[in-house]
Design a protein around this ligand. Sequence first.
Ligand code: COA
Length: 169
Amino acid sequence: MLRDATAADFPTILALNEAFVSVLSPLDHGRLARLHAQAALHRVIERDGRVVAFLLVLREGADYDSPNYRWFAQRQARFLYVDRIVVAADAHGAGTRLYRDAFAFARRSAVPVIACEFDIQPPNPASERFHARLGFREVGQQPLYGGSKVVSLQLLDVAAGESPLATSA
Ligand SMILES: CC(C)(COP(=O)(O)OP(=O)(O)OC[C@H]1O[C@@H](n2cnc3c(N)ncnc32)[C@H](O)[C@@H]1OP(=O)(O)O)[C@@H](O)C(=O)NCCC(=O)NCCS
């Protein structure tokens, strides 16, 4: 079941984030609550009564100190920014489903592009393949944490139908 996230899901969402924190940024209850309040889209997938995946998306104009969010905010007037997507190790397939939902949301909201980033130093090959398959392309790179990490900044033009999923949601 795909549904909106609620505050009752926060403990599970935090646990999922923690399980993959090496390829994400850290999250605590206060930060999650602030992101949730600002989210354009915050969705979870529940299987057998258990939340196994979540997607949190912001729009332009959010009060968010992430350097990646800011990178896009400086360059795009209207965008959806995927702050994070996490899928439990036993729930593969949920990621594509969540993105399908995000593409449909972008079209309904007449937002032309979806932005995100993933680590390239050290690499996150699963995320790289996942986003390439969805149709994202690199539009920049930036070092984080004093250079201990480098991210690839990615954009997908929903309006131009760049994604193979764009017309089938
Ligand atoms: C990246 C992530 C969101 C993908 O979600 P998912 O539900 O596993 O992805 P899907 O099953 O829908 O896979 C779609 C495609 O992604 C790629 N992919 C997904 N997992 C992969 C893996 N472990 N290794 C390599 N490619 C992978 C494949 O190309 C796959 O297509 P295929 O099954 O036809 O080969 C998920 O693996 C995850 O949460 N990882 C940890 C957190 C993370 O890295 N989040 C993104 C941070 S930028």
